[in-house]
Ligand binder design. Structure first.
Ligand SMILES: [Zn+2]
Length: 580
């Protein structure tokens, strides 16, 4: 954004492209059809119930309904509700800006009591000040107390003709049936990924932003059917975007995702016992911004996918049906036994929890992979048991087949020797036997949340990449203590960020969190800190005499990347290079 523009506040894409009428509401054809019929026949319900996951467009739809009910047309002469509100008359504009005196919005999440509802019940008796209908929009209506619902029910049973209710909820099952039965119900569905991709693409086009199709697909998948989340991520991608086209790589780094085909490579190496190469692959994924936890999650999904392919060859899922990776995965499924797949599953699941709770997740991830590589080389537990019963004793417990070849991996294992390997092996066998029959216990220790990074990691580990991106990019931390978070939202922060954080933190940590907004101050965002650290490191490297000498000798040379090299890599560089 240039200096001339920065004087006006940034308008986030989700707000800029918020649909103003039903035609702009993508993916909700069933709702539009039913409402159109109701309006055409003049049988408009007194109360509407909109349900669906967050970000699917409930509040937007509620406002469009309020406009449809009260539009007076561009000439001001319309006397009946219309399914095509004009968007330019005074009621239409006032409702869109949430300032129409007869259209009241209430968030039941913060006002749950009978007194709040009583205000409405009292108001219902009076005729609208200027509009055709008084419209009460109650968001998260399931949060109302029982008493409040009872109060509301009386009004719903005999509603005055000039009153309409529009309720919205993410948890329809918590709404009493007595209330539900008096409403016209609409289930707003998640938008399908291809539909969302097309929508994002058209908006990128309008914004004159170049973005790869692969990048759009990653955004759409992370948004999980929510247009709002999709637009919000696109906003972030544009902000991140350097010159040129926004690449899938940029989006992957932003979301902390790993390249799936590379994770498949990693899995193949681990299961083949090639630990040194596997660790190198992991290092590369990490350098490209993949979160170790995301890598573990992807590995688990791969194992799940392979197992399903084994029982049902036409299984769909992690990889797109006809892709190169899907074919490779199918071949892999053929080679791996069911026993080794289920063992891989339980070891990775254990690893996932360790990575989540570790101070250094990447180290925990490495350990989990090493363990898996060793276990992959063992015969299945039942065979071990049979061998023992036959008096043979376990024959294995040696290094995995290829691991000893690379000098780097040799160094890693050198402290043990065959006898040292036997003990952990036996324990692995027991562990996998136990976890195969009993559900994996979830650690009962609540996550420790001392820093904003902890909260971002928690969002990532709970499968909320969109919230993670907002935590990293839009939160200027003012204060953080257990149960309390205060921050100044950045210009791209969604309006609901504080409420979303409060709700999710409670859900994930099991304790109530008070999240407050500050209007000024606060630390730089995590993303800003990361960028600054990277720039500082770059600068430091530039000052190195050797680097300066090189730069002097080759004018125009540029530093493309700065990487730390682990000590053992310096001592024994890995011989082969497995880049394609
Ligand atoms: Zn209008």
């Amino acid at each position: 954004m240039d200096a001339a523009q920065s004087s006006t506040p940034y308008k986030v894409l989700a707000r800029k492209y918020r649909p103003q009428d039903f035609t702009g509401l993508i993916g909700q054809e069933a709702l539009v059809r039913t409402l159109s019929n109701a309006f055409a026949t003049g049988r408009i319900a007194h109360a509407f119930m909109l349900t669906g996951v967050r970000g699917v467009g409930k509040t937007t739809t509620a406002r469009i309904i309020a406009r449809a009910l009260n539009c007076i047309g561009s000439d001001g002469k319309r006397t009946e509700p219309t399914i095509h509100p004009c968007g330019v008359c005074e009621p239409c504009i006032a409702i869109a800006e949430s300032r129409h005196v007869d259209v009241q919005e209430m968030d039941a999440a913060s006002r749950t009591g009978i007194d709040d509802v009583r205000e409405i019940i009292e108001g219902v008796r009076y005729a609208p000040a200027s509009a055709r209908f008084k419209v009460y929009i109650i968001d998260e209506v399931h949060m109302l107390s029982k008493q409040a619902f009872n109060g509301l029910l009386k009004t719903l049973e005999e509603p005055p003709p000039h009153v309409k209710f529009v309720f919205a909820t993410t948890e329809i099952r918590k709404v009493p049936v007595t209330v539900l039965s008096r409403c016209m119900r609409f289930d707003l569905r998640r938008i399908e990924t291809p539909e969302l991709i097309a929508h994002l693409k058209s908006i990128a086009g309008k914004e004159e932003v170049k973005i790869e199709d692969g990048a759009l697909a990653l955004i759409a998948r992370a948004a999980e059917g929510s247009v709002r989340d999709g637009l919000s991520l696109l906003d972030q991608a544009i902000a991140h975007g350097e010159t040129g086209s926004i690449t899938a790589e940029t989006i992957r780094a932003m979301l902390g995702l790993a390249d799936r085909s590379r994770v498949l490579d990693l899995f193949e190496k681990v299961m083949g016992g090639a630990i040194a190469e596997a660790l190198k692959n992991l290092g590369e994924l990490y350098d490209h911004g993949a979160d170790p936890l995301a890598v573990m999650q992807d590995l688990l999904e791969i194992v799940h996918f392979l197992t399903r392919v084994k029982v049902a060859p036409d299984a769909e899922g992690f990889f797109d049906g006809s892709s190169k990776e899907a074919k490779r995965a199918a071949e892999m499924a053929g080679k791996l036994s069911m026993a080794s797949l289920t063992r891989a599953w339980s070891l990775l699941l254990k690893g996932l929890f360790e990575v989540r709770d570790a101070a250094r997740p990447v180290a925990a991830c490495e350990m989990a992979l090493i363990r898996l590589a060793y276990a992959a080389d063992l015969p299945p537990t039942d065979k071990l048991v049979r061998d023992l019963m036959d008096g043979e004793g376990p024959r294995t417990a040696s290094a995995p087949p290829h691991a000893g070849q690379g000098s780097a991996s040799g160094a890693r294992q050198g402290d043990g020797g065959p006898s040292a390997n036997r003990a952990p092996t036996a324990r692995l066998g027991e562990g996998s036997a136990r976890t195969a029959s009993a559900p994996q216990p979830i650690p009962d220790n609540a996550p420790t949340l001392r820093t904003l990074e902890d909260i971002a990691a928690l969002a990532q580990s709970n499968g909320a990449p969109v919230l993670k991106v907002h935590i990293e990019n839009d939160v200027h931390l003012v204060g953080l203590e257990p149960g309390r978070l205060e921050f100044r939202p950045g210009p791209r922060a969604p309006r609901t960020l504080a409420a979303d954080l409060a709700q999710k933190l409670k859900e994930w940590s099991g304790v109530r969190w008070v999240v407050t907004l500050a209007s000024e101050g606060g630390a730089p965002t995590l993303a800003e800190q990361k960028r600054a650290a990277k720039a500082a490191r770059h600068e430091r490297v530039l000052q190195e005499p050797l680097v300066r000498a090189v730069m002097d000798r080759f004018p125009g040379a540029e530093i493309v990347a700065v990487r730390d090299i682990a000590a053992d890599e310096v001592a024994a560089p890995t011989p082969e290079k497995d880049e394609e």
